[in-house]
Design a protein around this ligand. Structure first.
Ligand code: C2O
Ligand code: CU
Length: 459
């Protein structure tokens, strides 16, 4: 298929996309009369190069998987050919497809057996920065994820280049809890590299940006004076991050792909499953700048590098240098104003659920032994979330966008919201206009596997 044609006036014409574009994985060919040919996506065993050491794991050919990029209103057609020795599915995180295309095994489809195929096919009317990932067990944690970008028909933002940065935590292949997170079961992902495995020495010793460890960081390139657009995505299973670039403020333009009034901050905080789009103005004098990725509540550090004007590679600062901006100003949900709020009517919601998050239970229940949340087509639904536990929970709703309730009344439109620990409260509203059986769950995948899941049911 041909790559979506963009207006020639657009300054950003895919110049700096960090990963391969759609055309690169489909090959260029004439679109079929009936629509675009299906894009093949092949989950299978692979080796990830971690600074010269091969880590055996599962992925879509690369980690992250190939970028899928299309324009608003186009048909997404992806044929998944399962090369794994295990069942799999693909979930389109942040998109609102028809229920049967949502990729939840046992809820929206039968899982794809080893050697089997499944065609995902649906329209993508809403532009934004999304992700795709496997939705069977902890498969996402091994590297079965990739970026999905839906371009608007007319890009309202002016920028010169864009890059996608996917933040991940990475185990050493031996997860004592589940036996299979990040790397093949029972196989150390980094054999004969004890010194690498032991830095950190905990369950997620590696923090990766676009699949690259701090010793061999991903490089974001630009030119002096450029305006960059970064799509920052947290795809980690178990880690919230702060994100900052030394010497460069970040202007937030989108939360989970949905536009907000621009707010300039020093750093971002991203729960698992959250995404932020930011604009970054490069200075006139070039150089090499640290991009710091700091895990919340645990030691360790990931990094990438921003480099412009041909600085020699040897100018790369050492791995331990950490942007001071990581300690600077963040924007809470209260400070973000949706520019396209949900069309929620006035008055009070049709349906309200009070949900207490405690441990990895919701109102004392663990999925699948948990009551569904019944709603009816067309209803305005409110979820009041209260976290009484010691861990934060980034809660993700499939199939819908929701609006965070803030004093302004114009809280950000999102699909994943981090509920702070120890009494943190967040309320969200959504419109039940996409009938089906949809998951609402914590995007800490360990918590999800422990049953921190409910079904929103109006199938
Ligand atoms: Cu990315 Cu069920 O989620
Ligand atoms: Cu959680």
């Amino acid at each position: 298929m041909t790559r979506p044609q963009l207006p020639l006036t657009r300054r950003s014409f895919l110049a700096g996309s960090a990963v391969a574009g759609l055309a690169a994985i489909t090959g260029c060919g004439a679109p079929a009369a009936s629509g675009p040919p299906a894009l093949p996506l092949r989950p299978g065993p692979m080796t990830l190069d971690l600074a010269g050491t091969g880590a055996r794991t599962w992925g879509y050919g690369t980690v992250p998987g190939p970028e899928i990029r299309l324009r608003a209103g186009e048909l997404l057609r992806v044929r998944v050919q399962n090369g794994l020795p295990d069942d799999t599915t693909v979930h389109w995180h942040g998109l609102a497809p028809p229920n049967a295309m949502d990729g939840v095994p046992g809820v929206t489809q039968r899982p794809i057996a080893p050697g089997g195929e499944f065609l995902y096919e649906f329209r993508t009317p809403v532009p934004g920065s999304f992700m795709y990932h496997a939705h069977v067990g902890m498969q996402l944690d091994r590297g079965l994820y990739g970026p999905l970008v839906v371009e608007p028909r007319d890009e309202p933002l002016a920028y010169d280049r864009e890059h996608t940065l996917m933040l991940d935590d990475w185990a050493d292949g031996v997860d004592e809890h589940r036996g299979h997170a990040g790397g093949e079961p029972g196989t150390p992902a980094v054999p004969d590299a004890r010194e690498v495995v032991s830095f950190g020495g905990r369950r997620y010793p590696f923090l990766l940006v676009n699949g690259r460890p701090p010793e061999d960081p991903a490089v974001v390139e630009g030119r002096p004076g450029d305006r960059l657009r970064l799509r920052v995505m947290n795809v980690a299973a178990d880690t919230g991050f702060r994100f900052a670039i030394a010497g460069h403020p970040l202007t937030i333009t989108h939360t989970d792909g949905m536009p907000v009034e621009p707010v300039t901050v020093d750093a971002l905080r991203l729960g698992m499953g959250e995404r932020y789009d930011v604009l970054v103005d490069l200075r006139q004098r070039g150089g090499t700048w640290q991009i710091g990725v700091q895990p919340e509540g645990r030691p360790g550090q990931g990094r990438a590098v921003l480099r412009y004007t041909g600085s020699p590679a040897s100018a790369t600062p050492p791995a331990e240098s950490r942007p001071a901006e990581l300690d600077g100003r963040l924007a809470g949900y209260d400070e973000l104003l949706a520019t396209e709020p949900l069309p929620v009517p006035t008055g009070s919601p049709d349906r309200v659920f009070d949900l207490t998050l405690e441990g990895t239970e919701i109102n004392g229940q663990s999925y699948p032994d948990a009551d569904p949340l019944p709603v009816a087509d067309g209803e305005w639904v409110r979820l009041n979330l209260r976290n009484t536990g010691a861990k934060w929970h980034p809660m993700h709703l499939h199939g819908h966008h929701f609006q965070v309730r803030t004093p302004s009344g114009r809280g950000p439109v999102k699909d994943t919201v981090a509920v702070p620990s120890r009494g943190g409260e967040v309320s969200i509203d959504f419109l039940a206009t996409n009938p089906g059986r949809w998951l609402f769950h914590c995007h800490n995948h360990h918590h999800m596997e422990d049953g921190m899941v409910r079904l929103v049911d109006y199938g």
